[in-house]
Design a protein around this ligand. Sequence first.
Ligand code: BES
Ligand code: ZN
Ligand code: ZN
Length: 485
Amino acid sequence: MKILVTTSAEASKASALAVLVPEGVVPDVRGAVGKTAQTLTRRKEWKGKFRDGLLVYGAGGTERVILVGLGKEKEIDAERIRRAAAIALKQFGRLEQKTLGIRLQSSHVAAVDAASAIAEGLVMASYRVPTATKKKQDDPYRAATVRVDAGTHRAAYESGVARGVAIGEASNLARDLGDLPGNVLTPTKLAQRASAMAKGAGLTAKVYRKPDLERMKMGGILGVNLGSIEPPVLIELSYRPRSFKKTVCLVGKGLTFDTGGISLKPSANMEEMKYDMCGGAAVIGAMAAVARLKPKVRVIGIVPSTDNMPSGSAQKPGDRLVTASGLTVEVINTDAEGRLILSDGLHHATTFDPDYIVDLATLTGACVVALGHDAAGLYGTDDKLIQMLKKAGDEAGDHAWPMPIFDGYKDDMKSDVADMKNIGKREGGAGSAAWFLSQFVDGFAWAHLDIAGTAWGQRNRDYVGGKCATGAGVRLLVRFLESLG
Ligand code: BES
Ligand code: ZN
Ligand code: ZN
């Protein structure tokens, strides 16, 4: 799919024209429809309620006109535009037309943000889960060209659409990685994909392999990896602009498949645990977007990656680990493995002396119970950072909700034989997991996003939702990083 920014006239000349219209407003379909259709679009029966669509025959070279309602003007925000653009694209995909013009008939949202939202909606709606069927499945959007009507905001639309395309594609990269099964996307393959992306985008990529991890004394990653025949990796991607004031480390859980290990998970829905690397995918996606958008902030993306398997060599409940930080952990439950690999990832982050550390992880089922699928759990040690992330998430339609780390969790995780156990009580399980992580950030300003509920299977939002990965975290991270420079 090609997305271009054009004049109104050029957009109208597309073989299908989509107009996103506020409620109660007569659609601007100048020259694109004949008399009959004109009356139809003026008729009161189509009111322009949010998500309502109307398909009419066009005229003068425009085969079809797609109207999508935005609802009341004052309720229009970037999320509604994203969704309306996605609805338009999907309707277009059913028409077998080649070019789609898209016009937003509202200036309620600033032009740059509106243009970005249109592009994000289009690109994310065009995402398809990677499949492997004998008969090739065709992509209805592959040969399509979309002409986005910039109206009188040419410059703002140029930069907004470029931003939206970068963010949309970065989100789809994260979704692709998330949706790939555990046998296809092993830690080694994840590292290859991340390195290939970095090479194409002009980022520096380093992949630490098992001997490196041994030298770095990363007992957390190595402990989780003991049961596996796939070697572990730690991926490090760096972006360094010529001038910057802040350094941010992003750390993502890259667990390519979580069986639970010896503390084996029940088999129902276990296939979903291929998504346990979505924190890592969000970090890789955010780095891809950063490479294109070039904010004035230094960013290092760190993804510890392994799978978590039960076998004769697997770590066992009661085992003790020495993490890279020197802190020791008594492994009570081998299924609480995300925090073990993150302990080493977070410690690695501290070696960059960053201003902020943000980690993302499908860390706990308890977080899904607490917040459902509508927002990530947002934990941390720095109120300013938490507020920045909350705001970035709200602005990006990629929500996170602040949650507490109570002192008491410490008591639940006390060990008689090590610095801490790897689990606390069942109650408050998302918070005690966050407390555990907080032990490895060495006083740096840190926040943690538990994306267990948001990384896949969200409710339908037109450009995202259903039984596939969502790219959760990518849009939030990009907005946050942009706000720093
Ligand atoms: N990857 C899981 C968390 C998870 C579970 C995410 C379900 C999404 C849906 C994590 O490694 C895990 O198994 N956590 C345990 C922790 C427990 C043993 C303290 C959990 O949440 O049950
Ligand atoms: Zn687990
Ligand atoms: Zn896990």
